[in-house]
Design a protein around this ligand. Structure first.
Ligand code: RIB
Ligand code: CA
Length: 315
C-alpha cells in the first residue's frame, strides 16, 4: 500500500500583483503544500483590486480555495497608494481579465489566520508576499498566536543589498513598517526571503513563450509579465529582458527550504527614520548571529528555475 505524503498546510497572504499571481500558480500546483486559504491586503493595488485579482487567478487555476479580505491600509499610517508603474492600473499589468465567478468570504483575513492557527497549533506555515498588516493584526489581537505558528516565510526586506523603494527599504516592509516590526518582534519563527535572493530569481522574456498556451492563465500572465519586465527595464539600467520572481520564490522556499542558504540574525525594522523608514536592520555584531530570523542569503538559481517552470507549466 502506498504511504500518503504529509502536506505542509499553508496560508498565502497576497497583494495580487503580477509576481503574486505567479506565486498563486506555484502554490496551487505544489504537490507538497496544502493551500488552506488565501488572504488579501492592500499594496500593489487597493484591497478591492488585489482581492478581485486573487479570485480571478484562482478561477483561471480552477481552484476553489477560499479567499479572505484583510487590511485596506497600514496599521498606523496613511497608505502611500497603488503601484501602477510596476503592476498596471488593474494590478495585473493592464491584462484583459475575465469576470470573477465568486466573492471573498465574509470573515476578515486576520480572524481566519487566528482560527486556522489555533485549530492546527504548531502546523501552519504562513507565506506572506505583501505588507504584513494582516499577520500583525492577528498577533495584536492574540500575542500567544506567535507560539502556535510553525513558520512565517516572508517575501520582504533587504538584508545586505539595496532596497527597491528607497535606498534601504523593500516594498513589503516599507509599505507598513510598524506591522513588519510587530512580526519580527513577536518571536514567531521567520524565514526572510528578501531582495538578497529574489533579485536572483529571474523570469526572462523568452520564458514566457515556454508557457503552455492551453493553460487558462497563460495569456493573462504573459501579458502582465511583459508589462512588469518593461517597467523593470525602464527603471533599472542593469536589467534587460527579465523581471524578478519575488513572490514565487517565497512560495518555493515554503515548498522546499533547501533552495536557499540562510543565516540567523536578529532583525528589526526602522519605523522612525527620515531616510531609513522600512529598513530591515540585520544585527551582525559579534555574538548576535544564531538567534532571530533565518535570513536567506544564497539561492540555488538553476534548481529554483527548474521547479518554477514545472509548477507553472513551462516546457
Ligand atoms: O518588493 C517586492 C514585493 O513588493 C513583492 O511582493 C511585490 O508583489 C510587491 O508587493
Ligand atoms: Ca506581493
Amino acid at each position: 500500500m502506498a504511504l500518503s505524503k504529509t502536506l505542509r498546510p499553508v496560508i498565502l497572504d497576497v497583494d495580487t500583483g503580477i509576481d503574486d499571481a505567479w506565486a498563486l500558480v506555484y502554490a496551487a500546483h505544489s504537490p507538497n503544500l496544502e493551500l488552506l486559504g488565501v488572504t488579501t491586503v492592500f499594496g500593489n493595488a487597493d484591497l478591492e483590486t488585489t482581492t478581485r485579482n486573487t479570485l480571478c487567478m484562482l478561477d483561471l487555476l480552477g481552484a476553489n480555495t477560499p479567499v479572505y479580505q484583510g487590511a485596506d491600509r497600514p496599521l498606523l499610517r496613511e497608505w502611500a497608494g497603488p503601484v501602477p508603474r510596476y503592476h498596471g492600473d488593474n494590478g495585473l499589468g493592464n491584462a484583459t481579465l475575465p469576470p470573477v465567478s465568486r466573492q471573498a468570504e465574509s470573515q476578515h483575513a486576520a480572524q481566519f489566520i487566528r482560527e486556522q492557527v489555533r485549530s492546527r497549533a504548531g502546523q501552519i506555515t504562513l507565506v506572506t508576499v505583501a505588507r504584513l498588516t494582516n499577520l500583525a493584526r492577528a498577533l495584536l489581537y492574540e500575542p500567544g498566536l506567535a507560539a502556535l505558528i510553525d513558520r512565517v516565510v516572508m517575501m520582504g526586506g533587504a538584508a545586505f543589498c539595496a532596497g527597491n523603494v528607497t535606498a534601504v527599504a523593500e516594498a513589503n516592509i516599507w509599505g507598513d513598517p510598524e506591522a513588519a516590526d510587530i512580526v519580527f518582534r513577536s518571536g514567531v519563527p521567520i524565514t526572510m526571503v528578501g531582495l538578497d535572493v529574489t533579485m536572483q530569481a529571474r523570469l526572462r522574456r523568452e520564458d514566457l513563450n515556454r508557457l503552455d498556451p492551453a493553460l487558462p492563465y497563460a495569456k493573462v500572465l504573459q501579458d502582465a509579465s511583459e508589462y512588469y519586465i518593461r517597467a523593470y527595464e525602464q527603471d533599472s539600467p542593469g536589467i534587460h529582458g527579465w523581471c524578478p520572481l519575488h513572490d514565487p520564490l517565497a512560495v518555493a522556499v515554503a515548498d522546499d527550504p533547501s533552495l536557499v542558504g540562510t543565516e540567523t540574525f536578529p532583525v528589526r525594522v526602522e519605523t522612525q527614520g527620515q531616510r531609513t523608514d522600512g529598513m530591515t536592520i540585520v544585527d551582525r555584531r559579534d555574538g548576535c548571529a544564531g538567534t532571530g530570523a533565518e535570513v536567506a542569503l544564497t539561492l540555488d538559481i538553476e534548481r529554483f528555475l527548474s521547479v518554477f517552470r514545472a509548477r507553472v507549466g513551462m516546457h
